[in-house]
Write a protein that binds this ligand. Structure first.
Ligand code: C2O
Ligand code: CU
Length: 481
């Protein structure tokens, strides 16, 4: 892979440069002569999300663009990121999926004081793992992320697998008014108690996607990042057979997506794909999202150039080098149970509103009871803010298994800070790839077991990444000590 430029693009050229879904994000925000040093200024800006004749949109974002500046360093390098808060409210930045020291994790009140309006904070940490990560605020994230505060964070392998192009697609889903402004009502009760704030406009790299020009025989590494508050994607690549090479930044044995071949990606999750462009010159192909509407939601059109790049797909190895993750020892692991309850159409609420409301309440129903802003519960407790007593205390440097039960009627992408975990099983069935994740998408009523070595000391957030569910109480603290 050819090294990409680290400077030379002006701040303002970004929108033009990223107009096509296939354009790589420029390294805007990097200080040219200090590798690994970035400035992120969080502020309100106007940006063009949707094509003319609609106007531009008022958003909150980093450095004037959505996504914010792409941060990209080599594995093992040190990152130093100065955050300037030009918003009217407090903020922090969390480095999602990065195994950072606790004080750099960006959780307000838990790991740092929030950054006041006009204030600054410098984050500094080493890039331990190579992979696809992202950054976003952890203060009122349901609104701050929802208005556009997020960006890609790419840690390059020392020897990346050979590809023709390395593309980053940051997916988002906006709820826009007819004037193309961001609709208000963030954190409303209906969004909180159902599937979260689903939008009406999907963007890739901050623009409604258009065409992606490809060439026959080309090999693309596609890094997908789901930055949406609530939308889950199930991407159907049609005749292409994508190879999944990493999940949440962590390498996995290259494999085709299971089930119907759709790439499932819940909020905050990342999937790295190898896409071999096997179509003929001049051919067209549509990438669709089928999660909510199976029959079709066209996302991107691929258009093959008339000239092929090569005759055959390359047979270059796709396996990524592994990251330095400690392997959990299942024989000596301590076991913990976590149950998620609450929300609409689940437990007691459904029964109360349904036709047969006389049923007796069970313990589970009690936990599913909503009062005021308490909508979702982790082991019976609905979190209020980030100042929390730990729900679990894990002995440091030991292996732990957490058996999680989703006793609700909704999907939940469950995220643990400061660690990656192996997904061992789903509903008692071992997972075929024992993938490492930092966010695991749980289907309604599903039971998922995860395992990891608790080697990163501190208090770590553990929460649903549907940001309205998090705000509705679906969050806790896990202490590693
Ligand atoms: Cu991506 Cu606690 O967050
Ligand atoms: Cu949730």
């Amino acid at each position: 892979m050819k090294p990409l430029p680290r400077s030379g693009l002006s701040r303002r050229s970004f929108l033009a440069a990223s107009a096509a879904a296939g354009a790589a994000l420029p390294f805007q925000g990097a200080l040219a002569d200090t590798p690994g040093t970035y400035v992120l200024r969080a502020a309100q800006y106007r940006a063009r999300l949707v094509p003319k004749p609609w106007g531009e949109t008022d958003i909150w974002c980093y450095g004037g663009t959505v996504p914010g500046p792409e941060i990209r360093v080599r594995q093992g390098e040190r990152l130093r990121i100065e955050v300037e808060n030009a918003l009217d409210e407090e903020t922090t930045v969390h480095w999602h999926g990065m195994r950072v020291p606790n004080a750099m994790d960006g959780v307000p009140h838990l790991t740092q004081q929030p950054i006041a309006p006009g204030g600054r904070f410098t984050y500094e940490f080493d890039a331990m793992d190579a992979g696809t990560f992202w950054y976003h605020p952890h203060q009122r994230s349901f609104e701050q992320v929802g208005r556009g505060l997020y960006g890609a964070l790419i840690i390059e392998e020392a020897e990346p697998p050979k590809v023709d192009r390395d593309l980053v697609w940051v997916l988002d889903d906006w709820r826009l008014t007819e004037e193309a402004e961001v609709a208000g009502g963030f954190g409303g009760f209906h969004d909180k108690s159902h599937a979260g704030r689903l939008g009406n406009t999907v963007t890739i790299n901050g623009r409604v996607p258009g065409k992606l020009a490809v060439r026959s025989g080309e090999r693309i590494r596609l890094r997908l990042i789901n930055a949406a508050n609530a939308r889950i994607f199930a991407l159907d690549f049609g005749a292409l057979a994508p190879q999944v090479i990493a999940l949440d930044g962590q390498p996995v044995t290259p494999h085709e997506p299971s089930g119907r071949g759709w790439v499932m990606i819940g909020p905050a999750m990342r999937v790295d794909l190898i896409l071999d462009m096997t179509g003929a010159p001049g051919e067209r192909l549509t990438i669709s999202d089928r999660f909510y509407v199976e029959n079709n939601f066209q996302l991107v059109d691929l258009a093959y150039a008339d000239e092929p790049l090569r005759e055959f797909s390359p047979d270059w190895p796709a396996q990524l080098p592994s990251n330095p993750l400690p392997e959990p020892d299942l024989n000596s692991a301590r076991r913990h149970e976590v149950t998620f309850t609450g929300g609409m159409m689940g437990g007691m609420v459904e029964r109360q509103m349904g036709p047969s409301s006389e049923g007796r309440m069970t313990g589970n129903d009690m936990m599913g009871m909503m009062h005021g802003e308490d909508i979702w519960f982790v082991n019976g407790t609905a979190a209020k803010g980030h100042i929390l007593d730990p729900m679990l205390v894990l002995e440091r440097d030991r292996s732990h298994v957490i058996a999680m039960t989703n006793a609700t009627a909704f999907h939940h992408p469950i995220h643990l800070h400061g660690h990656s975990f192996r997904v061992l099983s789903r509903n008692g069935q071992p997972t075929p790839h024992r993938e490492w994740q930092d966010t695991v998408l749980m289907a309604p009523r599903e039971r998922v077991e995860i395992a990891f070595v608790a080697d990163n000391p501190g208090d770590w957030m553990f929460h649903c990444h549907i940001l309205e569910h998090q705000a509705g109480g679906m969050m806790g603290v896990i202490r590693v000590a």
